[in-house]
Write a protein that binds this ligand. Structure first.
Ligand code: OGA
Ligand code: NI
Length: 348
């Protein structure tokens, strides 16, 4: 079957490129119940630190997000996505308000084989009104909720509450792993722009040509992803760029480092490129929670981690402006590559 041109990845980005099947190496799975044992806490913290440095990814089990809350949201959103398109577009995202349903997202100017639903953690949420650095105007964004299924909102809010709690627990552990005070990052989240997303990847006739999500780095602080049992998420190994699968582990959450943490740590911690491979027979769901700072936070390498031997590798940038610029290109194919974190690298 022919695939619409907009979905076709360049040959070097397709599912089979730089992927070596049956590699034994696995991303660490860390059991957070070990934090209940005072003698094991330091080991957990250093395992998290190592994972952030080597992979930029790890999985957690016994993480405190109740299975019931996750199951409920998974079942509820499936009912929504199974509705006819006329229903789904009633809560469609638009150029002013990025919350709601969307099926045309582009990653690096190629269309993704997926549908999404975005929900802000804070409702309403405040973000800059334009990408212009001189413009200090703000806009207030409200979530959109479908009428049906009727418990969609409650199920999502319940799950998001648990996910956010875990996000801050992980942030504290990451902070400790850097030798910083536990609450070092807290002030950056007073007006957090965090959101969570439901991804549905329908079966795809040409998984060799299209991707569920093209290769990208997450633009947030950390992401916590619930994936179902189908599989398809792959990450690029820091040392050589070879792609590795993230094996679905029942009830685990996949954690990854985003651009902000990479900049704060001056590249000590790694924000790994990742992508989603689709398949021809099964649909797949995933639910990421993206932890984002407040719009007015200037993201730059932390002073405490810098030294004459480790000078800053990034210029600072205002988080909200960066976010708004990124969002603009999610709608359509632009003639230019959208803004990337490397645009803030200090040229040496
Ligand atoms: C994302 C993403 C991975 C997945 O939404 O940014 O990388 O497995 N998703 O759905
Ligand atoms: Ni991602």
């Amino acid at each position: 079957m022919d695939l619409d041109q907009t979905f076709i990845q360049a040959p070097e980005h397709r599912a089979d490129s730089n992927f070596i099947p049956n590699q034994p190496e696995e991303i660490p799975v860390i059991d957070l119940s070990r934090l209940n044992d005072p003698e094991d806490i330091q080991n957990v913290i250093s395992e998290i630190g190592d994972a952030c440095e080597t992979w930029g990814f790890f999985q957690v089990i016994n993480h405190g997000v109740p299975c019931d809350a996750r199951k409920r949201v998974e079942e509820t959103v499936k009912i929504f996505f199974d509705l006819p398109m006329e229903e789904k577009i009633k809560v469609k995202r638009d150029e002013v308000n990025p919350a709601g349903y969307h099926d045309g997202e582009h990653t690096k100017n190629v269309r993704d084989w997926k549908e999404v639903f975005d929900i802000y953690f804070k409702d309403p949420m405040v973000m800059p009104s334009s990408t212009d650095p001189e413009d200090e105007g703000l806009r207030v964004v409200y979530n959109k909720w479908p009428q049906f299924p009727s418990d969609f909102r409650e199920a999502c809010q319940e799950y998001a509450g648990h996910a956010e709690k875990l996000a801050f627990r992980l942030l504290e552990l990451i902070s400790l792993s850097l030798g910083l005070p536990k609450e070092r990052f807290h002030d950056y989240f007073k007006e957090q722009m965090s959101f969570f997303r439901i991804n549905r990847y329908p079966p795809c006739p040409r998984p060799d040509l299209a991707l569920g999500v093209g290769h990208h780095k997450d633009a947030d602080v950390i992401s916590l992803l619930a994936q179902d049992e189908v599989g398809g998420l792959q990450i690029s190994r820091r040392s050589d760029g070879v792609w590795f699968p993230i094996r679905p582990v029942p009830n685990a959450l996949v954690i990854n480092i985003g651009n902000c943490m990479e900049v704060w740590t001056n590249d000590k911690y790694w924000s790994a490129e990742h992508r989603v491979v689709v398949n021809s027979t099964r649909e797949r769901y995933s639910i990421p929670f993206f932890l984002l700072p407040s719009h007015d936070v200037e993201v730059k390498p932390l002073e405490e981690l810098l030294s004459p031997e480790n000078p800053p590798r990034y210029k600072g940038y205002k988080y909200g402006k960066f976010y708004v610029s990124r969002n603009r290109s999610d709608f359509k194919k632009l003639e230019i590559q959208n803004i990337q974190i490397d645009d803030f690298k200090v040229v040496t």
